[in-house]
Design a protein around this ligand. Structure first.
Ligand code: PLP
Length: 376
């Protein structure tokens, strides 16, 4: 049996978690959190990274930081995880879903400007599979309409656009370190703050609305409630697990890219024959091997292929049910213009197993099984 995912594990996790326990500091913002945040700030070339309890939490913090209010509109793709939308709906915003590009499955940057209204406050590009959205275009639209850009880079840690790490390009960027992502801490994430002047408020929001961080740095003489906030910081135990992974980030990334290339080469022939479509990576994007997907002709073929893979011991999956067609999406958002690609393309996409430690022979077996499906 080849599972769809295995949580990344590199070997030093227990040692670091024991160190955290031994240090008698297991709540948040200890040495391991600091090391992870320093690493992220260096890698992304940004001033401030804050570990959070999830990407969902980082997105919720972003909505608070951008002061999203009832009646505001937020633009994003419908082909994404529910948290991308929920974080803004929690603040009373209504979501405007814009169609995706069929080649990258990312929001179609050419459709965004038409969807902007007087109520629009933010754009949330989602970097699907760690392949960047067309960020120059998106940042340009945002500048001209005075909008905030919050990157949902949950899948994008270590991937780049024109040499810049995803999550470091918009005003704010959100990573996930869930067990299904390239680097993990069980449940966790990070918020990158790329715009000046937001860091103090971000620290306050993350620490229950208090100025506790400033107090510990000696900048204020007592700590108290100053603003809206919640508890968005993870424990040191989780940060210790993540630190083991970040130390090995380059190796994890190489391994995933090798697996991705092996899939891509092995399935090329089927693409040439017109049986499947393989992922497209624009030349200005370096991805991180987060995901390997392929697209088949239609929903019926996908259902049969998934069943065939399962019969052969391979757990492949599909996602997402487009948000605009779900109950929550109909309640809290609307689709802008025509749904040319979101539903159609999501119906024919399959994600193949991809995780740290997936072997070449397992990949070859999966490629072979997909080939046999199309011969029979
Ligand atoms: C995984 C994911 C999230 C949520 O991440 P959590 O850390 O589980 O909250 C949000 N958006 C996208 C695009 C994701 O892939």
């Amino acid at each position: 049996m080849i599972p769809f995912n295995k949580p990344p594990y590199v070997g030093k996790e227990e040692q670091y978690m024991k160190e955290a326990i031994g240090s008698r500091k297991i709540s948040g913002d200890g040495n391991f959190t600091r090391r992870c945040q320093d690493w992220l700030e260096n890698a992304a070339g940004t001033d401030k990274a804050l570990l959070t309890t999830s990407a969902t939490a980082a997105l919720e913090m972003s909505a608070l930081l951008c002061d999203i209010k009832p009646g505001d509109e937020v633009i994003m793709p419908s082909y994404t995880f529910v948290s991308t939308a929920n974080a803004f709906v929690l603040r009373g915003a209504s979501i405007v879903f814009v169609d995706i590009r069929p080649d990258t499955m990312n929001i179609d940057e050419k459709l965004i400007e038409e969807a902007v209204t007087k109520k629009t406050k933010a754009i949330v590009p989602v970097h699907y599979a760690g392949v960047s959205c067309e960020m120059d275009t998106i940042m340009d639209i945002a500048a001209r309409h005075d909008l905030k850009v919050i990157e949902d880079a949950a899948q994008g840690c270590y991937a780049t656009y024109k040499g810049k790490m995803l999550g470091s390009i918009g005003h704010l960027g959100c990573y996930s370190f869930h067990e299904t992502k390239n680097y993990s801490m069980g449940e966790g994430g990070a918020l990158l703050i790329n715009q000046e002047g937001l860091t103090d408020m971000a620290e306050i929001i993350r620490e229950k609305g208090t100025n506790r961080n400033q107090f510990f740095r000696g900048e204020v003489d007592k700590y108290s409630w100053v603003e809206r906030g919640s508890s968005y910081l993870p424990s040191e135990l989780n940060a210790a697990y993540l630190w083991a992974q970040l130390e090995m980030a380059g190796k994890i990334n190489d391994m995933r890219l090798n697996a991705w290339k092996r899939y891509n080469n092995g399935l090329q022939e089927l693409e040439t024959q017109g049986d499947i479509e393989l992922p497209f990576v624009p030349s200005e994007c370096e991805h991180n091997g987060h995901m390997f997907y392929l697209k088949v002709k239609d929903l019926e073929t996908r259902t049969r292929l998934l069943a065939y893979l399962k019969e052969n011991g391979i757990y492949a999956v599909f996602h997402y049910v487009p948000l605009h067609s779900s109950e929550g999406g109909r309640k809290y958002g609307r689709f802008f213009g025509e749904d040319r690609y979101t539903t159609k393309e999501s119906n024919r996409l399959i994600r193949l197993p991809m995780y740290y430690g997936l072997t070449a022979s397992e990949i070859d077996y999966i490629i072979d099984t997909v080939r046999r499906f199309f011969i029979s």
